[in-house]
Design a protein around this ligand. Structure first.
Ligand code: PEP
Ligand code: MG
Length: 578
């Protein structure tokens, strides 16, 4: 009988292959004493393990493709820095000497001490740092104990075509596995916006996260089917299912070839409605993708990566160089530069925030933080204004909540423009200013905000989390994080309508815009500008080309008024059925 396990499909694609269970139960470390005359030897064994761990991470770092989105490289660099830090590289040596104990025990004691400090903090970012300590310490412990349950310790080639099952995977492990040509992976933890998910999407590995008990229910060697679109893992599948999925796999390869041919075609619906498809970019490595998929410019440049990747804050000049590169890569097409959006789940070490924040997502983040840290904001606004002469730059503020914030931004821009003029710097005088609609109060009053903005962009990632009151990265409430919630759909519709009434463009740049399951729904809601990870752009274009917008509108609006959950699901089945 077929066994189906469900999780969150975070990276689409179907894979069939044998399971490889990466069982990494708690590493049990025991203390034993070391003869005084063998202490230096033990210390050397510890140093060798640290060096080996560093070497493994350097290999992985080199294998990360330039085009990888997100701050994945910086994760591995952070792990490398931790390996060099006194806290992990020196203090365990002191412990070995003082207690005359084995290296594993000394490292465990130091890990426990560090974790105890992190655990007293309620900040999300610091909790992530605690996970980093675990990743790094476990890597060194596995080397010391000569354990092979770290994926990177397996012999090359042994995972080819396999479906990996793990508790969680570090970015380093995912990159290593990609190079081993794994077919897919499944983890027991993680959410749709976790780094595991982002990396899986960037590297096009079918993946499902949050499949609780996967490692105890499934066994190594059994044949599995992973359906990354539906978030389902099938074991002991009957012959009909296997045949169906084999057919889907070949269709998938054919589809990829077919999609490449769409590059030069416009995104025009069956009833001649032109849709604009823009790219979301984060790192200079992504800029080339704008041209690769022939995007109509950039709908969202997440500038925070500039602040999260480097050492300290980027200077105005450093920002100008990057913004100019991006604007030139867009080759005359519009580029929306979003001002710094940190706080919430994204933190920057060099920008001090309160130690204890009970609800970081509701606290000082995005525009709120920028208006408080005015010198950081000024330097970014100056750089954006100066970059405006190289193309069609548009400025966008995240986490906009009030009109007063908008007036503050505008006043600041007037002041900065005067300053730039006095200094002899050129800029575009009437740089368009847009606001992200992420706060439900702004969506509800979108017609008022629209009068003060040149464009709006719906940030569904946050809009959904705030509307349904479910943390976007907490997998225990992920079942509530529903883009199809009637409340969410009505808000999206209100924003699009407000844009039409006021005559300003409305786009969408949250994950929903790049998910083909929602393309037709959004067309029916009236959306005409989509911005997404470049990897999804051609597939969305294909859906648009096969859609009749006027027909969709009629069906969608009817269901929007009705509002019942069952009606929305019936609508989704009917509009997505070709
Ligand atoms: C969003 O909230 O939808 C968005 C695009 O911003 P981010 O994911 O960077 O918060
Ligand atoms: Mg957001």
């Amino acid at each position: 009988m077929t066994l189906a396990l469900y999780g969150l499909g975070v990276s689409r694609g179907v894979a069939i292959g044998k399971a490889y269970v990466l069982s990494r139960d708690e590493i049990n470390v025991t203390e034993y004493s070391i003869d005084k005359n063998k202490l230096e030897q033990e210390i050397q064994r510890f140093k060798n393990a640290i060096a080996q761990a560093e070497q493994q991470l350097h290999v992985v770092l080199k294998q990360i493709p330039e085009s990888t989105q997100g701050n994945i490289k910086s994760f591995i660099t952070t792990h490398l820095l931790m390996l060099e830090d006194d806290a992990l590289a020196r203090i365990p040596i002191d412990i070995i000497r003082e207690r005359a104990c084995n290296a594993e025990w000394a490292l465990k004691l130091q890990r426990d001490a560090l974790v105890a400090v992190f655990e007293q903090m309620s900040d999300d970012y610091l909790r992530t740092r605690r996970d980093d300590v675990d990743f790094v310490v476990n890597r060194v412990l596995r080397i010391l104990l000569k354990r092979t349950d770290n994926a990177v310790n397996l012999s090359p080639g042994s995972l080819r075509g396999m479906i990996i099952l793990a508790d969680d995977l570090s970015p380093a492990e995912i990159v290593w596995m990609k190079n081993q040509n794994i077919a897919a992976f499944i983890t027991e933890y993680g959410g749709t916006t976790s780094h595991t998910a982002i990396l899986a999407r960037s590297l096009s590995i079918p993946a499902i996260v949050g499949v609780h008990n996967a490692r105890t229910t499934l066994i190594s060697g059994e044949e599995l089917i992973v359906d990354g679109r539906q978030g389902v893992v099938l074991a002991s599948a009957d012959q009909d299912l296997i045949t169906f999925y084999h057919a889907l796999c070949s269709k998938q390869s054919g589809l990829i070839r077919q999609l490449k041919q769409l590059k030069l075609q416009p995104a025009i619906s069956q009833d001649d409605i032109k849709i604009s498809l823009r790219a979301n970019v984060e790192l200079p490595g992504d800029f080339a993708a704008i041209r690769d998929v022939r995007a109509d410019g950039v709908g969202l440049y997440r500038t925070e990566m500039l602040y999260m990747n480097g050492d300290g804050l980027p200077s105005e000049e450093q920002q100008l160089v990057i913004y100019r590169q991006l604007v030139e890569a867009a080759d005359g097409a519009p580029v929306v530069i979003r001002t710094l959006d940190i706080g919430g789940e994204k933190s920057v070490a060099s920008i001090q925030q309160n130690d204890v924040i009970m609800n970081p997502a509701l606290s000082l983040r995005g525009l709120r933080l920028c208006l408080k840290e005015i010198s950081i904001f000024r330097s970014q606004l100056r750089a954006i204004l100066r970059a405006s002469i190289y193309g069609q730059v548009r400025l966008m503020v995240p986490m906009l909540s009030t009109l007063h914030e908008l007036s503050q931004v505008k006043a600041l821009l007037v002041d900065i423009k005067q300053e730039l003029t006095n200094e002899g710097h050129a800029f575009v005088e009437n740089l368009p200013i847009g606001g992200m609609v992420e706060v439900p109060a702004v969506a509800l009053a979108a017609n008022v905000f629209a009068r003060h903005l040149d464009f709006m962009s719906i940030g569904t990632n946050d809009l959904i989390q705030y509307t349904v009151a479910a943390d976007r990265i907490d997998d225990s409430v992920n079942y509530l994080y529903d883009p199809l919630h009637i409340g969410v759909l009505r808000l999206i519709h209100m924003v699009i309508e407000a844009g039409k009434e006021t005559g300003i463009p409305v786009s969408m740049c949250g994950e929903m815009a790049g998910d083909v399951r929602y393309t037709r729904l959004l067309l029916g809601l009236g959306l005409r500008e989509f911005s997404m990870h470049p990897a999804f752009l051609l597939e969305v274009k294909q859906y648009i080309q096969k859609s009749h917008v006027a027909n969709l509108r009629e069906q969608v609006i009817k269901v929007l008024e009705h509002g019942e959950h069952s009606a929305i699901h019936e609508l989704m089945l009917s509009i997505n059925h070709d």
